[in-house]
Design a protein around this ligand. Structure first.
Ligand SMILES: Cc1ncc(COP(=O)(O)O)c(C=O)c1O
Length: 400
């Protein structure tokens, strides 16, 4: 089977981290992979997580299998975090949830469910989007297409082309939307645009599938769900993929959920039985530890407050870095406008750097970023920021 087999192509983003690790230059800077870093360049374990783990170590009674769709009490708490406890469809029992292996696992379950229930559907992805969306869809065997998201001229959401495209999506298709902190552009709709998207979803009847991987990284957990709630209040059915990778820093614990909004509680529960069947053959039942950490934090008033405090600090560091980067570049390039960096949301900034500039920065300055010029602003450190601003300025001069 493996005789003279060709190696698979490296993952474009994780492969970048491997190349960064192997780079011996001491000045190297990793602005590629999408993980939060503190001022020292580490991806920390939150205090709330440590405390929850201590509590779990002292009180957990079993490592026996969880139900296939996860612990119901934990899933209830997750639903309340995602939608808010007073969201009518949640109170009415029209939302069912399954624990998932991070946001990726949730997307996988949701796409597999769509493949089963709507095999002829096309999933419409924003252009650009996180590379794994298309890859998962190919693997699941669902057709995909794209709709415009980003306008490079205004460096914001391409309102009119986006609305035109969504108005033409057939009712039996599915539209993937980033709920906040769009990856890779950092460009999110404003409330008025969300209203227009919601109106089109309602009248056209296509199924919205929200990828909500960054709740709390844009503004805060409540404001970040505003667009999602705007749409979900007006449609009978939807899917939402959530993740604790970023907002609790539980990257390697693989904790997330797939939320299903249906017309009735019976429909929601019936849909969940299909998700369980899909999960059963993929991994049988979900991992306990990450979800137990999240559940412990959400259930405990003090731990929850501590977590929200730490999440706010992560959000502030990201927003602060945006200002530092924009100011640093503006000071070196007075004839250019960098205010878009501050307007964008979440960890990523679409820098607008060309392929040649990105390649030069990597080859000559050991500054790593994703092709297309996506910068993880959380990867900027006080010690490296001037070097990054100088280097980007030089790349702009060399490759105008
Ligand atoms: C847009 C988007 N969706 C989903 C994910 C998946 O996150 P997880 O690590 O929870 O699988 C990511 C992670 O980078 C992401 O950027």
């Amino acid at each position: 089977m493996f005789d003279r087999i060709q190696p698979a192509p490296p993952d474009p983003i994780l492969g970048l981290t491997d190349a960064y690790r192997a780079d011996p230059r001491p000045c190297k800077v990793n602005l590629g992979v999408g993980v939060f870093m503190d001022e020292t360049g580490t991806t920390p374990i939150l205090d709330a997580v440590r405390k929850a783990e201590h509590l779990l170590a002292a009180t957990e009674k079993t490592k026996s299998y969880l139900p296939i769709s996860g612990d119901p009490a934990t899933m209830r708490l997750v639903g309340e975090l995602v939608f808010g406890g007073d969201f009518a469809p949640l109170r009415e029992g029209r939302i069912a949830a399954a624990q998932a292996l991070g946001g990726t696992g949730a997307l996988r379950l949701g796409f597999a469910l769509a493949r089963q229930l709507r095999p002829g559907a096309t999933v419409w992805l924003p252009a650009p989007t996180w590379g794994n969306h298309g890859a998962i869809l190919r693997d699941v065997g669902l057709a995909q297409d794209t709709y415009p998201w980003y306008d490079p001229a205004s460096r914001s959401v391409a309102d009119a082309p986006l609305l035109d495209a969504l108005s033409a999506v057939p009712p039996t298709d599915i539209v993937l939307l980033h709920a906040c902190c769009h990856n890779p552009t950092g460009a999110d709709p404003d409330p008025a645009l969300w209203q227009q998207i919601a109106a089109i979803a309602e009248t056209r009847g296509w199924l919205p599938f929200f990828d909500f991987a960054y709740q709390g990284f844009g503004q805060n957990p409540v404001d970040d769900r505003a667009g999602l709630l705007t749409v979900l209040s007006r449609v009978p059915e939807a899917l939402v993929a959530t993740s604790f990778s970023k907002n609790m820093g539980l990257y390697s614990e693989r904790a997330g959920s797939l939320q299903l909004l249906a017309r009735t509680p019976d429909d929601a529960q019936a849909a969940l039985t299909h998700v369980r069947r899909i999960a059963r053959v993929l991994y049988s039942n979900p991992p306990r530890h990450g979800a137990a950490i999240a559940g412990t934090i959400l259930a405990d008033t003090e731990l929850r407050a501590l977590w929200l405090h730490e999440l706010a600090a992560m959000q502030r560091r990201i927003a602060g870095n945006r200002t530092l980067l924009a100011d640093g570049l503006a000071a070196r390039n007075p004839d250019r406008d960098f205010t878009y960096i501050v307007r964008q949301n979440g960890m990523f900034s679409y820098s607008g750097l060309t392929e040649a500039q990105v390649a030069w920065l990597r080859a000559e300055r050991a500054i790593y970023m994703v092709k297309g010029g996506r910068i993880n602003v959380a990867g900027l450190l006080p010690a490296t920021l001037p070097y990054v601003c100088d280097s980007i300025t030089e790349s702009l001069r060399l490759f105008p």
